[in-house]
Design a protein around this ligand. Structure first.
Ligand code: NAP
Length: 301
């Protein structure tokens, strides 16, 4: 573990999971935390996963790693508050789900003798807030680092070790490519889920109680995604506009081709398509990124 004293700016799901994992795996590390609202600070104090401060400046004081754990759209203002108080040699990183725009927002604010290593742990749940965290969140999940040309290799190496100590596997990637990959694997699927749940909620031929009572596995999975934090997802789409629009364009084309196959009663086309998509699921299970249990291991059907 290359760091001795960590500051968490933002105290939600990701920050509390980082703190709980550090507590478990590296109990000697000091953990400071700050959140803008008094209620979140008090909740974090109650849970006790870090020492909570009432200002950004006191939170980062004396730390050697600062982790920005706020929504993507709040990174810039949070960094503005932290930057004047960062000591020489400090490493700054973040956990934002979008990388290019976060780099654009934060990099110009980073003091000369401070390193910035952008990062994104590919791990989360639909829950938010300090009480949502748990120590196993990052185990065997990927964390993508998108260092900029100015990021010192040594700082990237340290942040890599940090994430590995939390149980994650680490991969370096270009920031734009990260945004495109995540648009396919996370952002577009969430948007589709938001849309499907919105359609079900508005569709007047099926009552709201029918939607809730007869929700089959497919719809329930959409509702889990669609229950994710609205502010976090608002910021993701606003900050990953190009990649989101590119993938949604491709999605719409595919949807029309499936719609055409249904209209033509083209069973062969549909079957071949579904056989191909089924293989993707098998590959994810083989890579250890999900359970092979039916219905994701849920107890009831
Ligand atoms: P969360 O549980 O909703 O917590 C958000 C934290 O950010 C809270 O401390 C909140 O403070 C603070 N915050 C919210 N709006 C703010 C603003 N305008 N200015 C300053 N602080 C603000 O969020 P999270 O799930 O931990 O997500 C944090 C970051 O991790 C985001 O950038 C997200 O993209 C990324 N991420 C999330 C997931 C996931 O699945 N959740 C996965 C990977 C990465 P108050 O409570 O005091 O208002």
């Amino acid at each position: 573990m290359p760091f001795k004293h960590v500051a968490l700016l933002g105290l939600g799901l990701i920050a509390s999971s980082i703190a709980l994992t550090l507590r478990k795996n590296n109990p000697s590390i000091k953990i400071n935390g700050f959140s803008r609202s008094e209620s979140t600070r008090n909740k974090a104090r109650e849970i006790g996963f870090c020492q909570v401060f009432d200002s950004v400046s006191s939170c980062v004081d004396g730390t050697d790693l600062v982790i920005m754990c706020v929504p993507v759209g709040a990174m810039k203002d949070t960094m503005k508050m932290a930057a004047p108080h960062l000591a020489q040699g400090v490493v700054v990183t973040d956990v934002g789900s979008v990388k290019s725009n976060v780099i654009k927002a934060i990099k110009p604010l980073i003091p000369k003798d401070v390193s910035f290593v952008p990062a994104h742990p590919i791990a989360g749940t639909e829950n938010s807030g300090p009480e949502a965290g748990f120590a196993e969140l990052f185990v065997d999940r990927w964390c993508i680092l998108t260092p900029t040309p100015q990021t010192p290799i040594e700082a990237t190496r340290k942040v890599k070790k940090f994430w590995q100590s939390l149980g994650a596997q680490v991969q370096e990637m270009d920031a734009n490519h990260h945004d495109l990959v995540l648009s396919v694997t996370s952002h577009a699927p969430h948007l589709i889920a938001f849309t499907m749940v919105g359609v079900a909620d508005e569709f007047s031929k099926v009552t709201k109680s029918e939607v809730i009572n007869y929700s089959a596995a497919g719809f329930r999975d959409f509702t889990r995604l669609a229950a994710s934090d609205p502010i976090m997802w608002r910021d993701i789409f606003i900050n990953n506009k190009e990649a989101s629009l590119e993938i949604l364009g491709r999605f719409t084309e595919e949807l029309f081709s499936l719609q055409g196959a249904i209209r033509r009663q083209d069973g062969e086309f549909l079957q071949k398509y579904f056989e191909r998509t089924r293989k993707v699921r098998r590959n994810i299970i083989e890579a250890g990124q999900d359970t092979s249990e039916p219905d994701f291991g849920r107890k009831s059907g």
